[in-house]
Ligand binder design. Structure first.
Ligand SMILES: *Cc1c(COP(=O)(O)O)cnc(C)c1O
Length: 457
């Protein structure tokens, strides 16, 4: 009996499911979830005690430890006043459906095993590809995050560059090069490291924008060794978009793979007024956008889209005897398009949410956030003692409190969290300390942001 106890549908199982769903329901539907804050390992050890034991604590005690000790030691990253790094803000439908993904043993790696789930994910990917102006034939896969998305795209870029050189009878370079802005996200550098490729860090303008001239110079200097150019569609620190149209136009002169890192910002292309900022994305060979950032999906979810999915497939399909039955077919299997094999269909919560609310609700949510960001930026700009570091383009606003040292920001930020008021951490630019609001939660209000400014004196 004990061997099947953990899996059988029994009164004990029903009680476990009830209490977990009940907790989830309360949490999802609460309108005043606290920000919470981390605790030290020693404190957590003291409070939680030993939870892994030979006989088990039972669901009630284990859940109680989670609810009262562990969960409060986790920041609520979806809180409307969590304004640091890049927050998250899953919709109610997306959060709820995440439970379904876990409840059903859904496998999203192959068409054979997960056709229905993969079909729905692919519809979302096609929708996104269409929004960004890619052709109907574009496609890809939802991966864990932007880091894996960038790496997978850049590996596909390198394999394609290698194939082209081989076909032309030219030698492969000793070391491949990836051209990107000096302000590009760290994950691009990390991808280059994993690939043993070299990053050609091209200077951006004083406004943070990478422009075609600088990319042209890099392409002229490094020639065949360049396997990809990365343009950023919304830098993480400032939300600034590179001159994608200018960089994409270089494709008329040079043959290169254009990858768009839109993990945070590319979502803004859904807002009609912001769409022009992203002109040129339609010429991308690959792109990523993280639904767990501004597309209101739960962690962890990155949409990786190839203009020509075959390039991704040639780079990534894993071959093994036990997999032949999957790979020797024409079926569309998501695992073939990135660095992963087993995968949950992590695009399904986004699918359910989009299907539930419709696209227009998303456009409005994104537009409202951009408008709020510009409004608070104007407020900061006109306040005595405050300086905007750069004008915001999307939904990040970076500013200084005149005369503050790093220690002043540190103290203020810690006090804000201690008071459970807001989570706003210090940052810096060009060696000067500052702070930033990264806004994307539709529940964040102007008055709340002003109240945070008021705490800075
Ligand atoms: C967040 C981010 C990444 C990394 O994505 P993860 O999902 O955190 O791995 C890459 N690029 C940009 C521009 C980002 O904002």
């Amino acid at each position: 009996m004990d061997a099947v106890r953990m899996h059988a549908a029994s009164p004990e199982s029903r009680a476990i499911v009830d209490s977990v769903l009940d907790y989830s329901r309360r949490r999802m539907l609460s309108d005043d979830v606290p920000l919470d804050k981390p605790q030290s390992p020693a404190e957590l050890r003291r409070l939680a005690g030993r939870t892994i034991t030979d006989d088990g604590l039972g669901a009630q005690r284990a859940l109680s430890v989670f609810e009262h000790i562990l969960a409060p030691a986790c920041l609520t990253t979806s809180h409307p006043l969590y304004l640091s790094f890049i927050p998250t803000a899953p919709t109610i439908a997306a959060m709820a459906f995440d439970l379904v993904v876990s409840a059903s043993g859904l496998y999203g790696g192959s068409w054979l095993e997960g056709a229905g789930a993969v079909h729905a994910e692919n519809e979302v990917l096609s929708f996104l590809a269409g929004e960004f102006g890619l052709p109907d034939t574009a496609g890809g896969v939802f991966v864990q995050g932007g880091t894996i998305g960038n790496l997978s795209a850049l590996v596909a870029a390198r394999e394609t560059a290698r194939e082209k050189l081989v076909a032309a009878g030219r030698p492969a370079p000793a070391r491949w090069k990836i051209v990107c802005s000096i302000e590009a996200h760290s994950s691009n550098k990390s991808a280059a490291k994993v690939m043993d490729a070299e990053v050609v860090a091209v200077p951006a303008g004083a406004d943070g924008v990478l422009r075609a001239d600088a990319v042209r110079a890099a392409l002229e200097e490094h020639g065949d060794a360049v396997c990809a150019v990365v343009a950023t569609a919304g830098s993480t620190n400032f939300g600034i978009v590179d001159d994608i149209a200018g960089i994409a136009a270089l494709k008329d002169e040079f043959d290169f793979w254009l990858h768009i890192d839109g993990a945070y910002g590319l979502t803004a292309a859904l807002a009609p007024e912001a769409k022009p900022i992203f002109a040129g994305v339609e010429r991308a060979d690959s792109l990523i956008v993280d639904p767990h950032k501004w597309l209101f999906a739960p962690f962890d979810c990155c949409a990786l889209i190839y203009r020509d999915p075959d390039g991704g497939r040639r780079a990534h399909t894993q071959h093994a005897e036990y997999l032949d039955t999957l790979t020797d077919t024409e079926d569309f299997s998501p695992s073939d398009y990135s660095i992963q094999l087993t995968r949950r269909p992590r695009g399904l919560p986004l699918w359910f949410s989009l299907a539930t609310y419709g696209v227009e609700a998303y456009r409005q949510a994104v537009s409202a956030t951009i408008a709020l960001t510009h409004r608070i930026a104007e407020e900061i700009d006109r306040r005595d003692g405050f300086t905007l570091v750069r004008d915001p383009q999307l939904s990040v606003v970076v500013f200084e409190r005149d005369g503050w040292s790093r220690a002043d920001y540190d103290r203020w930020s810690a006090d804000l969290l201690d008071a459970q008021h807001a989570f706003v951490v210090p940052s810096s630019h060009a060696g000067r300390p500052n702070t930033r609001f990264a806004i994307l939660n539709p529940l964040t209000t102007f008055d709340e942001l002003v109240a945070i400014l008021d705490t800075m004196g």
